[in-house]
Design a protein around this ligand. Structure first.
Ligand SMILES: C[S@@+](CC[C@H](N)C(=O)[O-])C[C@H]1O[C@@H](n2cnc3c(N)ncnc32)[C@H](O)[C@@H]1O
Length: 507
């Protein structure tokens, strides 16, 4: 059975296509379409970009029209834009189809770039064409291109040099491409053979080394193996039986079963110290948003895999908002057919109500198999505000700070000369006529932009953290100044210093 996916059968055709595309970069596309059309593309509107690109006759404009905007171009123009591959070669590879001197793309192909410590990596990524371009409902086995969630996961992934990486649910292979910049080897899995064929195409096109592509569901293809990093943007969209479903977003389990099974079982493939980073949705049944996640973490621990966990919930939608969001994403709208829309909408609400779902949370999950075997980190928090970009860099330093502080005894903590981090500012509030402020806040500029409220002693302590005096010296001076027994002052300050240091307020 044909997978209907382009293929690069030999290194020579991959080399030829790569050299043809060399000048077609992210910047080149922006130069062709202009800022207004680039913003419109972000809203899934292709018309302004098509109009702008048609006004230009460069090779970059031809490639942008054809592969990104679903426009037809002439065979002659494509021969000029792909001098080594040509329109005939593009047809043989399954990238385009020609008819009467006109060429139409069979896939979405676009430049993509990533910046890391070694500079900018430039790639080209093929996937199925989206609805904005074709105007058609997506096929059930649609292979997704680079979307918002892909970029969120790529941005939050910790990019330290690493040994073995697993990209679970690789799709077009975007996370595997990123991983190949800092991993010794990458195993990329998917349940979809079409997705794996696209990943193989993108691997060959970008000459990405060391990938092992495997077909299978969830952890099945890697059972018994261990990885230093697992990344997954899994098919986490909760989908009731009577609503439209797509392989790329719905893992076929009831409710949030896909994310629950991943959180509770991913520890089985983590090497000691190994980290899993994933995105997910979770159902919220009672008052506590994190009850479900806590239960999944307990399930992992009960199965002999206790894990460090840091979960950041970024958003919460009630059942109706959730249904509307994912129906719109599926192209099911009242304008296109009120009866079908209402049937699917009702299916969502009935499914959520039957299981007592109050809301659905969305966020990022970081799990780590502790080297010592004993988890030291359990942080489940809500944060809707902006995140520092790239967030992965912040996570690397935040985890390192957490580990350093956890390993310090109280004595060592008090023996350290701490410095207030440069991004931290102090704010105080109170009635105008009152000499002492009522509230003193410490606010972090970087990371999650956390703020903590402080009492007078803690504010005095942080104000004296200039790297000269140890914490113990400052604490004793404060005890004398505020006329408080030294033991009481230390007992109050030590846990607070621990928390501030772990959160990066103190370095
Ligand atoms: C949301 S897409 C993510 C694609 C890509 N990793 C990214 O970050 O954009 C989810 C992928 O998971 C795959 N998938 C669906 N069900 C799966 C399963 N049970 N096991 C493994 N992969 C699955 C889909 O085919 C799809 O490629």
């Amino acid at each position: 059975m044909s997978l209907d996916v382009p293929a690069l059968p030999d290194p020579a055709s991959a080399d030829a296509l790569r050299s043809d595309l060399a000048e077609w970069t992210v910047d080149a596309v922006e130069a062709v379409v202009g800022e207004r059309a680039a913003r419109a593309l972000g809203r899934e509107q292709v018309l302004p970009a098509r109009m702008a690109a048609r006004a230009s006759s460069t090779a970059q404009a031809t490639l942008t029209r054809l592969f990104l905007l679903g426009d037809t171009v002439s065979t002659r123009d494509l021969d000029a834009a792909l001098p080594a591959t040509g329109a005939d070669g593009g047809t043989r590879l399954g990238l385009v189809e020609t008819s009467g001197g006109e060429v139409r793309a069979r896939v979405d192909l676009r430049p993509y770039s990533a910046v890391d410590a070694d500079g900018e990596a430039r790639w080209w990524v093929a996937s199925d064409q989206g609805e904005a371009v074709t105007g058609q409902r997506l096929r059930d086995d649609h292979v997704l291109g680079i979307g918002g969630a892909s970029l969120t996961l790529a941005g939050m992934t910790m990019r330290a040099p690493v040994g073995r990486v697993l990209d679970l649910g690789t799709g077009c292979g975007i996370q595997a491409l990123h991983a190949s910049l800092h991993a010794d080897s990458v195993v990329a899995t998917d349940i979809s053979r079409r997705a794996l064929a696209y990943a193989a195409f993108n691997q060959a096109l970008n000459a990405a080394a060391g990938w092992d592509l495997r077909e299978g569901s969830m952890l099945e293809p890697v059972a018994g193996e261990e990885f230093d990093l697992v990344v997954s943007n899994p098919p986490f969209v909760i989908t009731p039986p009577d609503a439209p479903s797509f392989e790329y977003r719905d893992g076929g389990q009831q409710g949030d079963g896909i994310v629950s099974s991943l959180v509770s079982s991913v520890g089985s493939v983590l090497a000691p110290g190994g980290v899993a980073q994933m995105l997910g949705n979770w159902e919220i049944h009672g008052d506590s948003w994190s009850e479900g996640l806590e239960a999944w973490l307990e399930a992992s621990a009960s199965a002999g895999r206790p894990l460090d966990a840091w979960v950041i919930e970024r958003d919460e939608l009630d059942a109706a908002e959730y249904a509307e969001t994912w129906l719109r994403d599926a192209g099911v709208t009242p304008e296109r057919g009120r009866a079908a829309f209402e049937r699917a909408y009702a299916a969502y609400l009935a499914d959520f109500d039957a299981r007592g779902v109050r809301a659905v949370g969305f966020g990022m999950v970081l799990l780590r198999r502790p080297v010592s075997g004993t988890p030291m980190l359990r942080r489940l928090e809500q944060h809707e505000g902006a995140l520092q970009e790239p967030f992965g860099g912040y996570l690397v330093s935040a985890l390192a700070a957490h580990d350093r502080v956890s390993a310090l005894s109280d004595e060592a903590l008090l023996d350290t000369a701490w410095t207030a981090a440069p991004d931290v500012t102090r704010e105080s509030y109170g009635p105008v006529l009152q000499a002492d402020p009522q509230y003193i806040l410490l606010r972090q500029g970087a990371g999650l932009g956390r703020s903590v409220s402080m009492d007078t002693a803690l504010a005095g302590f942080v104000g004296a953290c200039d790297g000269e005096l140890t914490a113990g010296q400052i604490a004793h001076a404060l005890a004398a100044l505020l006329d408080v027994p030294a033991g009481t002052m230390l007992a109050g300050l030590v846990p607070a210093i621990r928390e501030l240091a772990a959160d990066g307020f103190l370095a």
